[in-house]
Design a protein around this ligand. Structure first.
Ligand SMILES: NC(=O)c1ccc[n+]([C@@H]2O[C@H](COP(=O)([O-])OP(=O)(O)OC[C@H]3O[C@@H](n4cnc5c(N)ncnc54)[C@H](OP(=O)(O)O)[C@@H]3O)[C@@H](O)[C@H]2O)c1
Length: 305
């Protein structure tokens, strides 16, 4: 059995419960999870946002990213061994067995071995948010000649996008409310900050937008002709209401290579994981509640406690 933050049935609230854990089948591994993080999709799933659109296999365990130690490998697994430290990211909208659990059975080919010098907490917190941020920034093909507005910069995805855009030399404007949130995005390397609660004009020389929050059409209107926008919220040219800019809705995929690149940057100290609170497993439902209450960066659950 595993302790997991799960939705037991339709119209039920997420709670920490015991769920069964199968033995790893062919090509699978069983991982003793040490950390998992909270993402927007977990909050939405817990609130029943997908009841009508996605089949649910109950109990639906929440969580999209984890890191831990391999306990056992199934038949045919040659590349991963017991005691390896691994991280996994679940993309897509499958509503079944997620990562907010103290044990998970996962496809061996989909995990990434942790490089030395990185903690399970860091790897789990990077997870889906960092993979999405990388896809958003890559889609814009930024150079040092670009000025990019990163929206949602105070959140998980945006906090990584700010850093990745700065790493390629772009000038970064980051959205943040005044006070601590503004200090937070400055600490991530943002060149300038924008108080999104007060209406704002286009930053000078703006060429690109990372859309991780806010209204797509409002943001698109800030761009000159030929500008680029990438969206984590599924916005396309139609939603943006502009035919003279490029809008790319990003659907991230988490390959071991993508996750490995991110983990290597963290281990090398060039990408910071902005964890602002770590919860015990018993507090996991509280982590979900706090996610929607102006938290900064990433919330992590220590699944062993
Ligand atoms: N396509 C995918 O597969 C995928 C994957 C991951 C995430 N996402 C989506 O990407 C978005 C960001 O994810 P996340 O995990 O980073 O969420 P998050 O941690 O909640 O971050 C969102 C941030 O946006 C800020 N914000 C709210 N309204 C804003 C506005 N109008 N302008 C600028 N900032 C605003 C919030 O700060 P305040 O405290 O000021 O409210 C919050 O810090 C979510 O919509 C999520 O569903 C998509």
């Amino acid at each position: 059995m595993a302790r997991a933050l799960a939705v037991a049935g339709r119209d039920q609230s997420p709670a920490v419960v015991e769920v069964t854990v199968p033995n790893p089948g062919p090509g699978q591994i069983r991982v003793a999870v040490e950390a998992a993080s909270v993402n927007g999709i977990d909050v939405a799933t817990g609130a029943g946002a997908f009841w009508e659109s996605e089949p649910h296999r109950f109990p639906v365990v929440l969580g999209r990213d984890f890191a831990g130690t391999v306990e056992r490998v199934g038949p045919g697994v040659a590349t991963i061994r017991p005691h390896d430290r691994v991280a996994g990211v679940i993309t897509g909208t499958s509503m079944a067995r997620g990562a907010l659990a103290d044990t998970i059975v996962f496809d061996a080919r989909s995990v990434t071995t942790l490089p030395p010098g990185i903690s399970e907490e860091q790897a789990a917190a990077a997870g889906l948010a960092a993979v999405t941020a990388k896809a958003l920034v890559d889609a814009l093909n930024l150079t040092e000649d670009d000025t990019v507005l990163v929206t949602g910069a105070t959140g998980g995805v945006g906090a990584f996008a700010v850093q990745l855009a700065r790493a390629v030399g772009a000038t970064v404007y980051a959205t943040a409310r005044p006070g601590e949130p503004t200090e937070f995005v400055r600490g991530l390397g943002a060149n300038e900050t924008v108080d999104y609660t007060d209406g704002f004009a286009a930053p000078p020389g703006l060429t690109a937008v990372v859309h991780a929050a806010g209204d797509a059409a409002t943001l698109a209107a800030l761009l000159p002709a030929g500008g680029r926008m990438s969206s984590a919220l599924g916005a396309d040219a139609g939603a943006a209401g502009r035919k003279d800019i490029t809008v790319t809705p990003v659907v991230p995929t988490a390959t071991p290579e993508t996750v490995g690149t991110i983990l290597d940057s963290i281990a090398a100290g060039t990408l910071r994981v902005p964890i602002t609170h770590t919860y015990t497993m018993s507090e996991a439902a509280q982590a979900l509640a706090d996610f929607g209450s102006h938290k900064l960066g990433k919330l992590v659950v220590d699944t062993r406690r």
